[in-house]
Design a protein. Structure first.
Length: 638
């Protein structure tokens, strides 16, 4: 017998798991059955390509409760473990994420079921057991092994004489306390209930000896009035249906069944937002069961997130994350595909690039799009809930692959509207457009409140034009690839001329431009290379000043590009400073220009900095700005 210490992180994790209060301790059985199913999957898959492994005909997961010994055993004839695998898998808990898991568990304020999300399913056994014994044998070793631990600080491993491959896990249940009756897990009814609730879809038989009352076989008796007599017998009974939930008839599966399957299979504690169940028969046969989560996964926008659907073929598990089955713009979709038409005796790399797989992926993309459009039409509230979580990802799809999918996705994107202050689609916007409206107008900013306060919005509001609020970094890049919708081009209200003035208004602006040409030129020279032009504004109605950019790089693009790594600062918006000729400040500036031209330079700097702040830019020299403001305030007070 050899004795081994758990690693420090493993000790902390075990202690937290054993002593923390979980909403459902009962999930230990679900986790152990799942481990057994995975072990059988692995053996079954390897036996197809490895001549050293004989093909099994009777795979089984057996549950053995023992009330006298107060133990419950989960036994399988799967792949088993070598001594090295025992040390690696059961000696180190959550190798890749134990620190993160411990911190998450410490910080958690809600009693949510998080077991299974961090690769620690086996250790859920210690929530109900004070000792766990694992007997296992791998077909690749002649010797079996016994692993034993009380879940405190160490574990032991010793050799075991065992002929058949597989694993047997025995849990010595804890003593009952005020919070939990652990003896309940030894009752037949409870075990049946838990298997049905969590593991009914497992495709291998989950069996247990059950006690039944059956009529006595009394052929000699012909007295029909006699009460039938019963005897107690013990029979081995299969507890699960073994029909995967995605292969059952729709009439046999409830919404709750789908929800429970999703939460267990994909480690979520919330029901999915929607379920897509698709069965295809014909030239290509497959079942697809897809789910859209309610919340963005924690690592969704990190390098650690892996997209993909689980892939099965002819009932054999192939891979957990088949990324070829789902496009990037729908990567938030979880689920699985089971197809008998995928060949198993080829490498996984070849499988990933097979024509059948690409055809399934194309069909699923269209199906997901169709279901999302249906949700948008029939359950707008749910679609908005989805879009608030995953809308940015759909928008990325508009310009991914140089806009290859823009026509597929353009009717799924939504934006907050100045008209309704709620989400609207591009189709809805176009339907509300004025008869003579040439463009779809939009404005960029950090929030709808900030956008609504932009000086550039003043003319649009006065003229009654609807504006779409672009709040996400991706919005302007996506629109540059979409370019138009229903033959209506997009127009940034902070870029270029809007040409919304009447002929009379245009004439008035032209006259003012002539009148103040010299003053505009002087202000431009004062600002040097900060702006490319200073002009009389046609878009300002209440504000004194604003910055706009010329066609090309917009302010929002400049901000985003500047924040990117290795940015050389070359991509900048060409700035234009616009002044409102009807504002009192403009009249004061005109008076100063006529009487004390030199002081206009300080005011020009202040106006430019003021416009920068309104646009959300940082000032190049905040101290200089503050000092100039202070000096001018002193002069005005004197």
């Amino acid at each position: 017998m050899s004795k081994h210490e758990f690693k420090t992180e493993s000790k902390q994790l075990l202690n937290l798991m054993i002593n923390s209060i979980y909403t459902h301790k009962e999930i230990f059985l679900r986790e152990l059955i799942s481990n057994s199913s995975d072990a059988i999957d692995k053996y079954n898959y390897l036996s197809l390509t490895d001549d050293r492994l004989k093909t099994e005909e009777n795979y089984e997961i057996e549950i053995i409760p023992n009330k006298d010994a107060k133990t419950i055993t989960i036994k399988d004839n799967g792949i088993g473990m070598t001594k090295e695998e025992l040390m690696e898998n059961l000696g180190t808990i959550a190798k890749s994420g134990s620190k993160a898991f411990i911190e998450k568990l410490k910080e958690s304020k809600d009693n949510v079921d998080i077991i299974g999300q961090f690769g620690v399913g086996f250790y859920s056994a210690f929530m109900v057991a004070d000792k766990v014994v694992v007997k296992t044998k791998s077909p690749y070793e002649d010797t079996g092994y016994v692993w034993e631990s009380t879940g405190e600080s160490d574990f032991t491993i010793e050799d075991l004489s065992k002929n058949e491959h597989g694993t047997e896990i025995t849990l010595h249940l804890r003593e009952n306390d005020d919070d939990e009756s652990y003896d309940t897990y030894l009752e037949e009814y409870k075990i049946k209930e838990l298997v049905k609730k969590y593991s009914d879809y497992v495709r291998y038989p989950i069996t247990m000896e059950v006690t039944k009352e059956v009529p006595k076989n009394d052929d000699a008796s012909e007295d029909t009035d006699k009460e039938p007599e019963y005897e107690t017998v013990i029979e081995q009974e299969t507890l699960n249906s073994m029909v995967p939930i995605w292969k059952k008839k729709k009439s046999e599966v409830s919404d709750e069944d789908f929800n429970e399957f999703y939460k267990y299979q994909f480690h979520d504690y919330e029901n999915p937002l929607t379920v897509i169940n698709k069965k295809v028969e014909g030239m290509l046969n497959y079942n697809a069961l897809l789910f859209i989560p309610k919340r963005v996964p924690q690592d969704f926008y990190t390098d650690q997130f892996e997209k993909g659907l689980q892939l099965y073929s002819k009932g054999v598990f192939i891979m957990d994350k088949c990324k070829e089955l789902i496009p990037d713009h729908f990567r938030f979709v979880k689920g699985l595909v089971d197809s008998p038409d995928l060949t198993l005796n080829i490498s996984r790399e070849m499988l990933q690039h097979s024509r059948q797989l690409k055809k399934i992926a194309s069909n699923l993309e269209k199906k997901i799009k169709s279901e999302l459009e249906k949700m948008l039409r029939n359950d707008r509230e749910s679609y908005i809930e989805l879009f608030e979580q995953f809308g940015v990802n759909i928008k990325y799809g508009l310009y991914d692959q140089f806009g290859a999918k823009k026509d597929l996705l353009k009717d799924l994107v939504m934006y907050i509207s100045s008209e309704t202050k709620e989400y609207t689609t591009l189709k809805e916007y176009v339907e509300r457009m004025k008869d003579n409206q040439e463009f779809i107008y939009y404005a960029s900013g950090s929030s709808k409140e900030q956008i609504d306060r932009l000086p550039q919005m003043e003319l649009l509001k006065e003229k009654g034009y609807e504006v779409l609020y672009f709040k996400d970094d991706v919005d302007e890049f996506a629109i540059n690839f979409l370019t138009e919708y229903d033959e209506k081009k997009f127009k940034n209200i902070s870029q270029g001329d809007l040409n919304l003035e009447s002929e009379e208004e245009k004439k008035e602006i032209e006259e003012k431009e002539k009148e103040y040409k010299d003053m505009m030129s002087y202000i431009k020279d004062s600002l040097k290379d900060k702006v490319s032009e200073v002009k009389i504004s046609s878009r300002l109605k209440e504000s004194a000043v604003c910055l706009v950019s010329k066609d090309g790089v917009s302010f929002e693009m400049e901000r985003i590009l500047k924040s990117m790594p290795n940015n050389n600062g070359m991509m900048k918006a060409e700035r234009v400073l616009e002044l409102n000729p009807n504002h009192n400040l403009f009249k004061a500036l005109e008076n100063l220009y006529n009487n004390n031209k030199e002081e206009v330079k300080d005011y020009a700097d202040l106006l430019y900095d003021q416009a920068l702040l309104v646009e959300g830019f940082e000032l190049e020299d905040p101290v200089k700005f503050a000092n100039k403001m202070s000096n001018l305030m002193v002069k005005s007070i004197k």
